[in-house]
Design a protein around this ligand. Structure first.
Ligand SMILES: CC(C)(COP(=O)(O)OP(=O)(O)OC[C@H]1O[C@@H](n2cnc3c(N)ncnc32)[C@H](O)[C@@H]1OP(=O)(O)O)[C@@H](O)C(=O)NCCC(=O)NCCS
Length: 166
């Protein structure tokens, strides 16, 4: 699996850590600024409550972005991945995605899936750079100003877990 690149050379103490309830207002602010049809605060709180893998990337106290993933039945689903606009293109999206995929692998998941708007070239480039491949289309998956928009479904096969030491 790829390793995280050098990140945020101009920013100190960049870390990825579990999202906490106290992060939700900052996360929601990034979400609202980033998407035309954002998740509500309640959705993020539900994700924390049900135990989804929720991570934030931070510099000092500032939340720069976040990722949310569900795991179960051998599959991981990347449900949300977002970096605040002012911190994009510095490797943060890739770093948090790798962190989620490592977590999925450690949990024994065989595959990771996600949906993305076919028009989201930047995100698709990121996913492809980590080996995701398009495996299908979900018709009318996304809300759009003009009605509904299809989603591309992308899949990554995760390496088999290491055998236990004998
Ligand atoms: C998609 C998103 C999470 C990527 O995060 P990011 O931190 O900006 O991306 P990164 O800097 O980690 O770059 C990841 C890849 O994107 C591509 N990329 C990065 N900067 C780029 C640029 N300026 N131009 C074109 N491609 C670029 C590259 O393929 C890069 O991989 P590489 O560094 O190995 O070449 C971010 O753009 C975002 O939050 N967008 C809005 C929300 C969104 O669309 N989320 C995805 C929903 S499916």
């Amino acid at each position: 699996m790829a390793t995280a690149p050098e990140l945020f050379a101009d920013v100190q103490e960049v870390i990825i850590r579990p999202m906490r309830a106290a992060d939700v207002p900052e996360v929601v602010a990034i979400e609202r600024a980033s998407y035309q049809f954002p998740w509500s605060e309640g959705i993020f709180r539900d994700c924390l409550r049900v135990g989804y893998v929720c991570r934030v990337v931070t510099a000092g106290r500032q939340v720069m972005g976040y990722g949310v993933m569900s795991v179960g039945a051998g599959e991981a689903h990347i449900l949300n991945l977002c970096i605040a606009e002012e911190f994009r293109c510095r490797g943060g999206g890739k770093k948090i995605l790798i962190c989620l995929l490592e977590r999925a692998h450690a949990a024994g998941m065989a595959e990771a899936f996600l949906e993305v708007r076919p028009s989201n070239v930047m995100a698709i480039r990121l996913y492809q750079s980590l080996g995701f491949e398009r495996v299908g289309t979900r018709r009318g998956y996304y809300q759009a100003v003009t009605g509904r928009e299809d989603a591309a479904v992308l899949k990554l096969s995760l390496p088999a877990p290491a055998p236990p030491l004998s």
